[in-house]
Design a binder for this molecule. Structure first.
Ligand code: GLP
Length: 250
């Protein structure tokens, strides 16, 4: 099964951001009413900055775009400075002409997590599905908050975070210490993500090299959730040289 993911290797993280933003801008031009799936984390920040520039230059109009985000920390209100709603507002939504009511981020304070997750899936279906889902990848191969062990047909649900993911998100970039990081999150499932018509996964830096190699060259296994994208008909990884350094070495 390995080998059907297309991999584009760029010279550095800046180039990954430019390439990814250009691909998204092209997709928006081709379909101004596109449904985009979006990701958080450090990796897509450069892409969002590039998209904001392209939007200003009228090369990536967001007025007709609908967005869905992968995940949200359980227990964090959208106003919390570490919530993914806040991340998206400050990194992208406030900088482009997207209509706020067309942006969907799971509510980490919903009364009933199961209903919140079902409503999220229903909204995706109601708009005809996601056209392009932008993803990052965790050092352990997680996508969204689908940690190792997540099944290929998992749906949006309340999940527990691994210690590795908690530590990775409390290294000073986001939370200051591990005890500040929520232990759970609402996350789109692997099955939810796989239904997108196209997938664009970004990875930069040597910390992601093992996960990228496992995802692309390794077995199709829940042990590396990103490997469960291998049989997707339209999945591209855009990675920098450091993240690509272990590719082809299995
Ligand atoms: C978090 C997010 C993922 C993201 C991952 C990697 O766990 N839930 O969607 O891909 O971190 O983040 P970063 O890009 O900061 O390395």
């Amino acid at each position: 099964m390995a080998g059907s993911v297309k991999v584009k290797v760029c010279k550095d993280a800046g180039d990954v951001a430019v390439q990814a933003a250009q691909m998204i801008a092209k997709a928006i031009k081709a379909n101004p009413r596109i449904v985009l799936g979006l990701a958080t984390g450090s990796t897509p920040e450069g892409t969002y900055a590039e998209l904001a520039k392209l939007n200003k230059a009228k090369q990536a109009p967001f007025a007709g775009v609908t967005t869905f985000n992968l995940d949200e920390y359980w227990g964090l209100d959208g106003d919390h400075d570490q919530s993914y709603r806040h991340f998206m507002n400050t990194r992208l939504f406030d900088k482009v002409d997207v209509r706020p009511w067309n942006t969907h981020v799971l509510d980490g304070t919903a009364d009933n997590p199961m209903l919140e997750c079902q409503a999220f899936e229903t909204k995706i279906l109601a708009v005809g599905g996601v056209d392009l889902w932008l993803l990052g990848i965790g050092g352990n191969g997680h996508v969204a908050f689908n940690e190792p062990g997540s099944s290929v047909d998992s749906r949006t649900r309340l999940v527990s975070l691994t210690q590795e993911t908690i530590d990775a998100n409390s290294d000073g970039r986001f939370f200051k210490k591990a005890s500040d990081v929520p232990r759970c999150a609402l996350s789109a499932g692997i099955g939810t993500i796989r239904e997108a018509r196209s997938i664009l996964l970004l990875a930069t830096g040597e910390k992601k090299a093992r996960a990228v190699a496992d995802a692309v060259d390794g077995p199709f296994t829940p042990d590396c959730p990103a490997s469960l994208l291998q049989d997707h008909p339209n999945c591209t990884f855009i990675v920098d040289k450091a993240a690509a350094s272990l590719l082809g070495k299995k």
